[in-house]
Write a protein that binds this ligand. Structure first.
Ligand code: PAF
Length: 282
């Protein structure tokens, strides 16, 4: 596996690959890799002849009171996992390479509307940071395909919208969430949880699954259904940020006529903010 830490070398590498007829798959990450990331890599490898993974803890998508400094950095373990997974190149840009004029003076990519609701309302500027870094990474890697987890459902929709609106020549693939045996969605932030909190955290998935069954059985009062789930989570010890049932494309409140829905949950256990979701076709 090639380890590349400057933009010019990365461009040279991917240009040579493309010139020789390879397709390039790209998996952007912030490191601390788990099986969810490795599933994205596996899908990229199945779809493309060359795979690039980036590891960059992006300061622009963290709010002032968030966990940028504490965010787990496990670069040597990550590299070993990527070698084992058969990745062709890992890209490790520095903050000064990514933001040469400083984060505060960076030209930004803003995806309107969808960036301002749900996680965007709780974390102002978060999706501006995500859209900006992902568009920069696309400009550096020039992939044919890019792979994102469905766990960050809103992020995936923001990126799809950005790619559509800016006519970017990359195909976005959303990959189903990887879960542990308890149903807890894999996330780098799970490492912040105590054993007891980890046990409680699995309630999100089990209760979303029960709610999905009620919807599939014909219940349609989505506001009341979401309120039921919110109450159960509160009783289990969560501090809810939001619990909603929305249209899976627009992320606006679900209507009775919508055929593709998603339950979206963001909730704190102690200081750890967890997000999860479950799609429903009715
Ligand atoms: O999902 C993530 O890990 C990050 O938001 C991403 C897409 C790598 C951008 O920094």
């Amino acid at each position: 596996m090639k380890v590349v830490d400057d933009i010019a070398s990365l461009r040279k590498l991917t240009t040579e690959w493309k010139f020789s007829g390879s397709t390039v798959g790209f998996v952007p990450t912030m490191g601390n890799l788990h099986n969810g990331h490795l599933k994205l890599v596996k899908r990229a490898k199945a779809h493309n002849s060359r795979v690039v993974v980036s590891i960059f803890v992006n300061p622009m998508q963290f709010g002032a009171n968030e966990d940028l400094d504490a965010y787990p950095r496990t670069i040597e373990e990550d590299k070993a996992k990527l070698i084992e997974a058969g990745v062709d190149a890992v890209f490790l840009p520095s903050v000064s390479d990514m933001y040469p004029g400083g984060v505060e003076h960076q030209t930004v990519v803003e995806v309107p509307d969808i960036s301002d609701i749900l996680c965007g309302a709780s974390r102002p500027g978060h999706f501006r940071g995500v859209a900006t870094v992902v568009s920069k990474l696309f400009n550096m890697v020039h992939p044919h395909d890019a792979f994102f987890g469905e766990k960050d459902f809103q992020q995936l929709q923001v990126i799809r919208t950005m790619v559509r609106d800016l006519s970017m020549g990359v195909t976005i693939h959303g990959i189903p969430t990887e879960r542990d045996v308890s149903g807890l969605a894999l996330s780098s932030r799970n490492g912040y949880l105590t054993d007891e909190q980890r046990h409680t955290a699995a309630t999100i998935y089990s209760e979303m699954t029960s709610l999905k069954a009620r919807i599939e059985a014909g219940e349609r009062n989505y506001v009341a259904l979401a309120a039921d789930l919110a109450d159960i989570l509160t009783d289990s010890g969560f501090k809810n940020d939001y619990v909603h049932i929305v249209n899976a494309q627009s992320l606006k409140p679900a209507k009775e006529t919508d055929a593709h829905l998603v339950i979206l949950v963001a909730a704190f256990l102690g200081n750890t903010r967890l997000i999860d979701n479950l799609q429903i076709h009715v």
